[in-house]
Write a protein that binds this ligand. Structure first.
Ligand SMILES: [Zn+2]
Length: 308
């Protein structure tokens, strides 16, 4: 190798390192955690240890130290959300806004039968009528459909119609087929319904299919936890996902999905991994996905401090 080649090789290496360093400057602004559970494995409130491994002080400290300034909260049973929503002084002190959703599950058994269980619809009505200390419930979910055909179950149909009528968002862990079925069960056929698609297709709906659904339903949003194929080398976005996020910067959000306590234990790492790939996006797009989209949907301060 001649000295010229060696020099250009060094320049190329230097540029590559610079590019890498630049791409990996993490996003430093506020985060909206759009998929948070505060389930009874994390805490059965008002019980002594070991009934509450993650008390309010612990989960709020995790949010605060990660710059999470708002959470879409739901829990199995709803007592966890009510505890979080009721801790007005503590959430204020931690700088966390709580956006409460009604979970459709009282226990694990409800995961597999809620869509045809009239007592779930009754529970939802009771919760909506009561509201929370942080204000009215803003949505329904998270719910799961392991078989998309159950989107046409009687209670699923009833709750989708109710959601649009009462302007409640939906948080749904479903496949792409169920998105169409659920939307068809709203009065506007999905043209008015806000639906946050948990994981944006956890079983890996192709990017082209996600794109098609986003084009069809103007208020379909994608929450990105557990999404297969999202990140590639160095924890940065894979090219086709980067392109999709740039195409729809107003339609994506990040979330923790603290469905088991291990997710609480790794909450810091989860948020750092989001900050890493957010930092690889243009600053305005990163800020939208990290914070503004959620703040805008639920109508509160989009101008949260730019830094942690
Ligand atoms: Zn979840």
């Amino acid at each position: 190798m001649g000295s010229g080649a060696r020099l250009s090789g060094l320049v190329a290496l230097g540029l590559a390192l610079m590019g890498r360093a630049f791409a990996q400057t993490p996003y430093a602004g506020p985060l909206f955690d759009a998929h948070l559970h505060y389930n009874d494995e994390a805490c059965v409130h008002d019980t002594p240890s070991p009934g509450c491994p993650h008390p309010l002080t612990d989960v709020l400290a995790r949010m605060q130290r990660n710059g999470v300034r708002a959470v879409l909260a739901n829990s199995r049973p709803n007592a966890g959300t009510l505890a979080l929503a009721g801790a007005r002084e503590q959430t204020r002190a931690a700088g966390v806004t709580v956006v409460p959703f009604v979970r459709l599950y009282r226990n694990r058994a409800d995961y597999s039968g809620w869509f045809a269980d009239g007592t779930i619809a009754e529970m939802v009505q009771t919760e909506l009528a009561r509201g929370t200390p942080a204000g009215a419930y803003r949505g329904l979910g998270e719910f799961h459909l392991y078989d998309s055909a159950n989107a046409n179950g009687p209670v699923a149909k009833q709750l989708m119609a109710l959601a649009e009528q009462k302007d409640l968002a939906i948080l749904a862990h479903v496949d792409d087929v169920a998105i169409d079925l659920l939307m068809a069960n709203t009065p506007s056929k999905g043209q008015k319904q806000l639906l946050i698609w948990a994981h944006t297709g956890i079983s890996g709906a192709p990017v082209a299919r996600v794109d098609e659904l986003f084009a069809r339903y103007p208020r379909l949003m994608g929450e990105l936890s557990y999404r297969p194929g999202l990140t590639c080398d160095g924890g940065q976005l894979c090219p086709e996902w980067r392109a999709l996020l740039l195409k729809y910067p107003e339609r994506f959000m990040i979330g923790s999905d603290t469905w088991v306590n291990q997710r609480w234990l790794y909450y810091d790492e989860l948020m750092q991994s989001y900050r890493a790939w957010l930092g690889g996006l243009p600053a305005d797009v990163a800020r939208r996905i990290a914070w503004n989209n959620g703040a805008q949907l639920f109508g509160f301060n989009q101008n949260a401090p730019a830094t942690r």
